[in-house]
Write a protein that binds this ligand. Structure first.
Ligand SMILES: *[C@@H]1O[C@H](CO)[C@@H](O)[C@H](O)[C@H]1NC(C)=O
Ligand SMILES: *[C@@H]1O[C@H](CO)[C@@H](O)[C@H](O)[C@H]1NC(C)=O
Ligand SMILES: *[C@@H]1O[C@H](CO)[C@@H](O)[C@H](O)[C@H]1NC(C)=O
Length: 273
């Protein structure tokens, strides 16, 4: 009896393992009518297909009532904007609560486009007012997309978190709307040897805001100081760190799980005989 069941069991488990590696985000979100517009946009832009190829993601979904002007963007821009709502790691509310510093930088899917400049390929999540607030990691961007709820999760493969409004990443659609141009400042051509505090202030303000306010193409040339590894546009020859720095861990973890699953299957087959 057990001799005839074991091979069947083995085949069944193998099938189950291989089909578990992919999910259908359209079908998953389809169960939550509050997010139907967001779901439609994922399909329309073609991002849903890319999402389904991944083994580990967190989707930051925006409810129908808060979609705003996302629906009127061209498919191309829409895809970029939506890709910043896909975190390449698994985060559910419990994992967010466990963050040591109450803040974290997360790699999003736009980072893999090869066109991310500055920190466009990263999100910043920070504990605030009893919840968590998401926003682009780009310096000076508005971060006020609040975590509203956990829509669904399947640890540690997919988590869908509901957020209050779309994340705005400066420069994605060719405008720098979220950053208001600062009033013209008197540039200091040389460093004053005496004053310490003015120099500090300049470091924090002038390089980023003034240039970001002008044109998106300039940002690629002036890397921000606080994060070198984020500034890796494709054509840059000296980018020593590849843009997809978050990709290997999830897949290797998945492989590890898969091979452990195989091991268990083989062990049980051996035991059965
Ligand atoms: C995903 O689910 C949707 C809705 O159920 C379906 O239309 C689509 O064909 C599915 N995609 C794949 C790749 O199975
Ligand atoms: C998660 O995905 C990996 C592949 O990426 C797969 O091996 C594993 O079975 C999945 N886990 C669950 C609980 O679906
Ligand atoms: C996220 O942004 C806040 C300011 O809004 C900053 O204090 C924090 O250090 C940032 N977190 C990370 C991990 O960079």
């Amino acid at each position: 009896m057990s001799r005839s069941i074991a091979p069947l069991l083995c085949i069944f488990l193998l099938l189950a393992t291989s089909s578990a590696s992919a999910f259908n985000i359209t079908r998953i979100l389809g169960q939550y009518p509050d997010y139907s517009t967001f779901n439609d946009l994922l399909s329309k832009s073609g991002l849903a297909t890319d999402i389904n190829k991944r083994g580990t993601i967190t989707l930051l979904a925006v409810p129908n009532g808060a979609i705003g002007d996302l629906a009127s963007k061209s498919d191309d821009i829409l895809k970029r904007v939506l890709s910043t709502h896909v975190v390449l790691d698994y985060y559910d509310p419990m994992k967010l609560q466990r963050m040591k510093e109450k803040t974290a930088k997360m790699t999003n899917m736009f980072q893999q486009s090869g066109t991310a400049a500055y920190d466009q390929g990263f999100l910043n999540v920070t504990a605030k007012d009893g919840t968590f607030v998401f926003g682009s990691a780009v310096v000076g961007s508005v971060r006020d997309s609040k975590l509203e709820k956990s829509v669904m999760n399947q640890p540690y493969n997919i988590s869908v978190l509901g957020i209050s409004k779309p994340i705005v990443t400066p420069g994605l659609d060719g405008t720098m709307a979220p950053i208001s141009a600062p009033p013209p400042k008197v540039p200091a051509p040389k460093k004053s040897p005496v004053a310490e505090s003015p120099a500090e202030e300049e470091e924090a303000e002038s390089p980023s805001q003034e240039e970001e306010a002008e044109s998106p193409s300039e940002e690629a040339e002036s890397p921000s100081e606080d994060d070198d590894d984020a500034d890796s546009p494709a054509p840059s020859p000296n980018a020593d760190s590849p843009p997809a720095d978050a990709a290997p861990p999830p897949s290797s973890a998945g492989k590890l799980k898969a091979s452990f699953g195989l091991f268990v299957v083989l062990a049980s087959v051996v035991a059965a005989y």
